[in-house]
Design a protein around this ligand. Structure first.
Ligand SMILES: NC(=O)c1ccc[n+]([C@@H]2O[C@H](COP(=O)([O-])OP(=O)(O)OC[C@H]3O[C@@H](n4cnc5c(N)ncnc54)[C@H](O)[C@@H]3O)[C@@H](O)[C@H]2O)c1
Length: 458
């Protein structure tokens, strides 16, 4: 049998076994073009639209967003690309339900505020639409089970669109982990260490660094994200840090998270920002607010196979961007300091570096172990957001649908990663008391095989 035919047949057979019924049902209808709806067309929704406008295998059928400014910005992108105008659902916060009733949509991108992820994702699966879900954290632990139960019951798959899993340095390190360069992995770190003060507050007109308003007076993320900082205290944004190390540690695929414990620092940064801003000051009404969210929240996690993970959420103070990855095994250690540029990391392998105890710069290592996916697709990804990684995550979503294959990141990953947020909130409330992390796979993690980054295709 020719290699290609064999691969096609075996992967189709595997897919037939592993895939939910609904995906199979979609295949004859999908043929070459995936017909898409977009729930929420804010900043992130628009980047997904821009990604899709580069492709010839999708159609943009409909958009839903109650904010006319965001809808218009999205429509302009589509018009500029010369694509047909999609149907628009902008009559309030529940008009997305009418988009979901359409029979001519196969899949939806959900890029809404965190508190809307659950209603959007669940309604979409119930309507039989495959879901690409933007990242965040759950509002409650029960929400995580609802994703799993609904996907299992409806047989409609949902993929968390965690783009950092596809960052070039992260994928090269993933490659090195899988080739055993670090030996047995013992510990990993990651996080979201990004000064968001100028995003959490603005003047309601322009998104960044333009004022100290939020909520109804804010624009884009200031309209909703800041309220989470006012009312919650936890690891609010776990997936950028956890997703990449989850694939390296085979979480939900031979390994799983067991428990976590979180601590929070005091909350000083956002108040200081309001007081010091030229449009704020000590007399500004927002200077009286008490923000619950600690400036630095640290979460320790324990894995079934004996590894530990530390996640850091650090978004309310001055600081340069850094997701703070560290991967450490019996033979080597990697530590990144920056936004993924190849020379921004440190690496050390005791044997090949002759026990020097000196860090090496990562550049040549990352080039040598560049992941096949990046080698093949670097050019296609060049113009895409976040250094190209947006290309890969969106491409994986569309290709899996077209090729009738299981998503490399699935509902069990989504539920597990999202669960970190409510469990960390609970742990902080209980002075750091450990919280058990449910096994959302109900035991099947023992036999589920890793598929992320396995081939050069997606
Ligand atoms: N992966 C990444 O790199 C990345 C980057 C930025 C944001 N995000 C995530 O994307 C999501 C959206 O963030 P954003 O920056 O686009 O925020 P945004 O505020 O710019 O956009 C959110 C949009 O959701 C719309 N919306 C609110 N309620 C809605 C409803 N009921 N139905 C339909 N639309 C509704 C708002 O009107 C707004 O247009 C969040 O989960 C965020 O964490 C991910």
């Amino acid at each position: 049998m020719k290699r290609r035919t064999f691969l096609q047949q075996t992967s189709l057979a595997a897919a037939a076994l592993a895939l939910p019924q609904s995906v199979k049902a979609f295949v004859p209808a999908i043929k070459n073009k995936v017909r898409l709806g977009f729930i929420a067309t804010g900043f992130r929704g628009q980047t997904h639209i821009e990604e899709m406008l580069k492709r010839s295998d999708v159609e943009i059928i409909a958009l839903a967003d109650p904010d006319p400014r965001m809808i218009n910005d999205a429509l302009k992108l589509i018009e500029k690309a010369g694509w047909p105008q999609p149907a628009v659902y902008q009559n309030g916060p529940t008009d997305y339900l009418n988009l979901l009733e359409r029979a001519d949509i196969d899949a939806v991108f959900v890029s809404s505020p965190w508190e809307w992820h659950l209603p959007h994702g669940i309604a979409a699966m119930k309507a039989g639409k495959i879901v690409g879900m933007e990242v965040g954290g759950a509002m409650n632990l029960a929400d995580c089970w609802e994703y799993v139960n609904t996907s299992e019951r409806t047989q409609v798959p949902i993929m968390p669109l965690e783009n950092v899993c596809y960052r070039r340095d992260v994928m090269a390190i993933f490659n090195m982990v899988k080739q055993g360069l670090f030996g047995e992995i013992v510990h990993a770190q990651g996080g979201y260490e990004h000064d968001l003060r100028g995003v959490l507050f603005n003047d309601g007109q322009s998104a960044y660094n333009s004022g100290v308003e939020f909520g109804k007076k804010g624009y884009s993320e200031a309209a909703w994200r800041t309220n989470h900082y006012l009312n919650r205290n936890g690891e609010l944004y776990p997936t950028h840090g956890l997703g990449p190390v989850a694939t390296m540690l085979d979480l939900n695929r031979g390994n799983r998270l067991l428990r976590l414990s979180s601590f929070s620092s005091k909350a000083k940064g956002l108040h200081q920002y309001i007081v010091n801003h030229p449009k704020g000051g000590p007399m500004h009404p927002n200077a009286n607010l008490v923000f619950e969210q600690g400036d630095v929240v640290t979460t320790q996690l324990q894995c079934a196979n004996g590894e530990t993970i530390i996640l850091t959420h650090d978004t309310s103070l001055q600081r340069p961007y850094n997701l703070g990855f560290r991967v450490q095994g019996t033979k080597g250690i990697w530590q990144d300091f920056g936004w993924g540029d190849p020379e921004q990391g440190h690496i050390y392998f005791e044997d090949s570096m002759k026990h020097s105890h000196r860090w090496d710069n990562t550049q040549k290592w990352l080039e040598q172990y560049d992941h096949p996916l990046w080698k093949v697709n670097a050019q296609a990804a060049e113009s895409s957001g976040h250094g190209g990684m947006d290309y890969f995550v969106d491409n994986a979503f569309i290709e899996c649908i077209k090729q009738n294959k299981p998503f490399p990141l699935d509902v069990y990953d989504l539920a597990t990663w999202y669960a970190i947020t409510p469990l960390s909130e609970l742990s902080i409330k209980q002075n750091g008391a450990p919280q058990d992390i449910p096994d959302f796979t109900r035991g099947s993690f023992k036999n589920r095989q890793p598929i992320f980054g396995k081939d050069g295709e997606y």
